[in-house]
Design a protein around this ligand. Structure first.
Ligand code: ADP
Ligand code: MG
Length: 391
């Protein structure tokens, strides 16, 4: 990849504009002798410049290099004004900065095309998202129902048993939005990343996550796994206030406009009612026999090189038996079975010499290994009755 050596005029303008704006504020305060306020603005600018510096250091080094001397300049100015700085305000700015530091934008690499058996759901999801992107609030041609200026782009609740593709689909959506030409920021987190035992801290973390997503250029896909950890209104003050934070950032004047929010959960019954009302629920279920075999086929097909040959013909002969043996498997468990099969074939090839040939007997062996584990774990998934039908 070609690395840019110089800062783009647009980036430079954004940074210069920010500095000019803060300089004006500082001057206004200084003119009226309000040294404390002026110093706080200096501090705020430092926090902002540092934020840009930290983010762009790896992503766009010329921007970081441009910001660095300015950051130092302002640090020196702060030094001269230190005695006027309002300490509680400074600490809260610093804390806020620390919170933001913990959010990361991830490059989405898995795509929707790899998901089997969910074509209709995915088409519907994409339809919903693209309509919101193209004709949502703030667009030049808003569509009825999509024109609410006090709302974020859209909110989904991905609900279903573990291993059924919730994380994969969320990443795939971000990938697809990028493919369609939008600048996209994928921010995957878990409920536990947000939850904090210190009083009031969880709510601030939730707000900081959504503000972080909002301030990025382009569309942000925020994916919160284990959503029930935070989107439940139990007896605890902490979770109730996170729920409120989500509600205020998805509707009303503080709505984060460029954000698609996706929560995923294995325990949908624990999700707060008000949240459920604002989120569109998307059900993920365990794959049926036909889909299970298709997932296996899709994963194995095409391996025929100097090291590995998947004997697909041989495996297809056992299609019915394989589909039966994998009853109750999630996508993740099917992949585990395939992994086991590869290992068995590999060990065999090592012993006998020659190329690895993955055949139905390896796959069956791999499936049985996973089955044994599922049977011992079955008690933990009692809330999904379809699981139980097999045992
Ligand atoms: N319908 C499916 N088609 C293809 N792969 C699937 C499907 N469902 C799950 N997988 C695969 O199983 C693994 C687990 O999926 P993941 O998205 O992490 O599940 P969840 O988030 O629901 O627990 C991933 O590697 C994913 O690619
Ligand atoms: Mg997941």
């Amino acid at each position: 990849m070609l690395r840019r050596r110089q800062i783009s005029p647009m980036d430079r303008e954004i940074i210069d504009k920010l500095i000019r704006k803060r300089e004006e504020e500082i001057r206004r305060y200084e003119l009226t002798g309000r040294k404390k306020e002026a110093s706080n603005v200096i501090l705020r600018l430092i926090v902002e410049l540092n934020h840009i510096y930290q983010i762009e250091r790896k992503r766009n080094p010329p921007v970081a290099e441009y910001v660095f001397p300015k950051l130092n300049e302002w640090l020196e100015r702060l030094h001269d004004n230190m005695k006027y700085v309002d300490t509680p305000a400074a600490i809260s700015l610093k804390e806020n900065e620390a919170r933001r530091e913990s959010w990361r934008v991830v490059k989405p690499s898995r795509c929707l095309e790899d998901i089997v058996g969910m074509d209709d759901t995915i088409e519907w999801l994409l339809g919903h998202i693209l309509t919101a992107l193209e004709h949502g609030p703030g667009s030049e041609s808003p569509l009825p129902g999509y024109d609410d200026v006090h709302s974020n782009l859209c909110n989904f609740l991905f609900s279903g048993p573990p291993g059924t593709g919730k994380t994969h689909v969320a990443e795939g959506i971000a990938h697809k939005i990028g493919e369609l030409g939008w600048k996209v920021n994928f921010i995957p987190v878990t409920g536990a990343d947000i939850k904090n035992s210190n009083y009031g801290e969880s709510e601030k973390r939730m707000l900081s996550l959504l503000e972080f997503a909002e301030e990025l250029e382009g569309v942000s896909v925020v994916f919160i796994d284990e959503f029930e950890e935070i989107a439940t209104r139990d007896r605890h003050e902490a979770t109730a206030s996170i729920t409120n934070a989500i509600l205020t950032k998805t509707s009303g004047v503080n709505a984060v406009k460029n954000v698609i929010l996706i929560g995923a959960t294995n325990r949908p019954w624990e999700i707060d009612k008000a949240i459920k009302d604002r989120f569109v629920t998307v059900e993920f279920s365990l794959p049926d026999a036909h889909t299970r075999f298709k997932i296996i086929e899709k994963k194995l097909e095409g391996y025929d090189n100097d090291k590995v040959k998947v004997d697909m013909q041989n495996i297809r002969l056992m299609r019915k038996q394989i589909a039966e043996l994998t009853e109750g498997f999630s996508g993740r468990e099917l992949l585990k079975a395939i992994r086991n099969a590869s290992r068995h074939a590999y060990m065999e090839a090592k012993k006998n010499g020659g190329k690895i040939r993955i055949r139905s007997e390896h796959l069956k062996k791999g499936i049985m290994e996973v089955r044994r584990k599922i049977e011992t774990n079955a008690v933990f998934v009692e809330n999904y009755p379809q699981r139980f039908d097999i045992f």
